[in-house]
Design a protein around this ligand. Sequence first.
Ligand code: GLA
Length: 683
Amino acid sequence: MRDGWIRWPANVAGRFGGEPVAFGGDYNPEQWDESVWPEDARLMREAGVNLVTVGVFAWSALQPGPDRWDFGWLDRVLDLLHANDIAVDLATATASPPPWLTTRFPEVLPVDRDGRTMSQGGRQAWSPSSQVFREHSLALVEKLAARYGGHPALALWHVSNELGGHNSRCYGEASAVAFRGWLRERYGDSLDALNAAWATRVWSQSYSAWEEIQPPRLTFTDSNPTQVLDFDRFSSDQLREQLRAESAVLRRHTPDVPITTNMVLFDAGKNMNYSSWAGDMDLVSSDHYLRPAPDADAELSFSADRARGLATGSPWLLMETATGATSWRPVNPAKRPGQLRRDVFAHVARGADGICFFQWRAGQAGPERFHSAMLPHAGAGSRKFHEVKALGADLAACAEVLGSRTAADCALLFGEEAWWAADRESHPHNGLSYADTALRWYRSLRDAGLTVDVVPPSADLSRYRLIVAPMLYLVSDEDAGALAAAAEAGATVLVTYFSGIVDPLDRVRLGGYPGAFRDLLGVRVEEFAPLLDAETVEIKGVTGPGRVSTWHEQIDLTDAVAEATYAGGDFAGLPAVTRAARGSGEAWYVGGELESEARAALLAALVERSGATAVPHRPGLDAVIRRAADRDYLFLINHGADDAVVAGSGTDLLDGSVHEDEIVVPAGGVRVVASARGATAGA
Ligand code: GLA
């Protein structure tokens, strides 16, 4: 990945009088009569839009039949946008195949685990393993790159769209063939190696020929976990192959135009191993839609911090978010007053150098006709459009933050393979959720005033003072070793229960739990003791008097000390939370599911011991610092109903107000306070 913000190609750079914060959204002009386009361009200008994504679902409009192409409309759209100083993130249009393709070649259609073939009529109706799809999609990319590679509006290539969002797992014949090929490569063409890796002696599954191997289709019982895990890896790799294949075409035509593909970093993004894709992009971009939950901003922050983690600290682009409601949840709440601005700045604070929406103009038809947009059904006189214009002005006022880095010396390890494997069936407690567990710890870290890099376990951990590894069930020897090395080098490391349990083949690490982390943590566990739904057990110590639910276990100390103990139950008097000194750092272990007060008390101690940078926490106030060479930008986002006052000084880029010693952030308001570097330390 290239360092820093989008390198606008020479034909785009300079048009804006310096680099702007990107602001815009998905633009689908092919869904509208051409007479509407001039108004689109005019209103985009009015709103300060400078980047739009064009062509995401335009394949059938660009290639209406096998040998028919129609680029005229796209020529006119790009010319119009260029004439209005609006740059284009041009989609490769391969996200959804046209009906003629799937009718001629039904093998393109994906098949779900139950064996049902998905039909045309929705979107993403293609199997990531279909060679027919690959050939036809690349032919389209070739045409687009040749035709528009030199267009002055082109700023960025947008490969496909949310790759794998719906079609990440295909169990059809094309996938079976490709899976076997992938396995032959992985296991050095040795069936013996595969049989050993998959432990196929269990339940009589030994394979005698490659053709016998299937994707993990429907079975009566729990499936072979390693087969499923390899299928997860294969499926993610197949999507990455599509990204790579399209990118290769684009790079051949336009080596200087950056390439991205938009990722979904929580919930629906589970099926993709994005940390193995990030290196294939010039710019990390992500899509975020708010969960309708009381503290939804915690998940928003988590996703944004993960985008920055995938970008290894470089700025990234929020490719899609909503100005208001989505249209695909059971109930789609509107945003509350001021929430759009707060949400957007929570992303900018965490490193987004551009904010784009789905979509520019609200659809009149189709499944997403009730999805919010920048320009709503009510038109340009609406409150929403007014809000969007104000947002455009706010972002333009913040242009100087571009390229600055969000400052974090705390990391939360979040691994895709651990996610897949931890959530699998046949576990001691089948109600555990890896992502929700990570989010609980993240929320508590955030409440402790920390800015957190959400990074894969393979990340460079050297700059972190505090590293939290929640439920890292599956971990490689290398990654476990890196965590131990970070502790030796001075970091405070916290590992939670059901971590280090299996190797990358999902084989239990023998000799006692938590296998890979036993030595690091100085503890040994012989038996898990998950708790039934209503059961809780009291604890006391560094956690304060509190309780655990869901999980606990009997911890034997090797060379760790107990920092909290059980105050009741079968393990009364035995350790619940432990600490081991390691080099110039230390390693902590939490053997049960702590309630939030206990987590908070523990983290308060860890913040202090680790020296991690925390801003004094005020409930509902999000405070994050971005640093440039000589300037600090303190983002203050007040989600609360009361004004918040923090220590600090500087000039608010949004309203120009000057603050000395203290900064008042109005209820529901946002401030971006610029000051000389280092001046925000007391915030
Ligand atoms: C996803 C897709 C968009 C649109 C939005 C709606 O992010 O990429 O095309 O469907 O969801 O929320």
